[in-house]
Ligand binder design. Structure first.
Ligand code: HEC
Length: 124
């Protein structure tokens, strides 16, 4: 009786350790990534930036065309902070009636995620 209880407990413990290990492994993989690579992942992710829904971007498939293609970002935004502010959704950079979601202002993405996305799109 006691033996089987112990066995049950051990099984439960092994199981929860396995579950906990997977997100930690994912984090470790993210840590090894450059911010450009991490930004690309976030920008292309349907659950995160989903920028491809509206913007053509190099390396992205089946992009929408509601927004302008994200190319030559360095030329269009010589001041990188302006680009961060644009993606964040700073009100003074807001285009009236734009479909572009204010990712930071609406707390869709964290500032850290936005910085990584900008590191990525600054290479486009
Ligand atoms: C629902 C559609 C939509 C989504 C999703 C979207 N955008 Fe936009 N975006 C637009 C539209 C429309 C514009 C043009 C009007 C404006 O500037 O707000 C725009 C403009 C921009 C601009 C300014 C381009 C320029 O040269 O002026 C940048 C940069 C940008 N988007 C980046 C992004 C990034 C990065 C993401 C993902 C995190 C994203 N957008 C997601 C619709 C979208």
């Amino acid at each position: 009786m006691l033996k089987s209880k112990t066995k049950q407990l051990l099984t439960a413990l092994a199981f929860s350790t396995a579950i906990m290990a997977s997100p930690m492994a994912a984090n470790a993989a993210d840590k090894g990534m450059s911010s450009v690579e991490a930004g690309k992942k976030i920008a292309f992710s349907k659950k995160k930036g989903n920028c491809l829904a509206c913007h053509a971007m190099q390396g992205g498939a089946m992009a929408g065309n509601i927004g302008p293609a994200l190319i030559a970002m360095k030329l269009r935004f010589p001041d990188k902070q302006k680009l961060v502010d644009k993606v964040w959704g700073k009100l003074d950079l807001q285009v009236p009636n734009s479909m572009m979601p204010p990712f930071g202002r609406n707390e869709v993405l964290t500032d850290a995620d936005i910085n990584k996305i900008v590191d990525f799109i600054y290479t486009l």
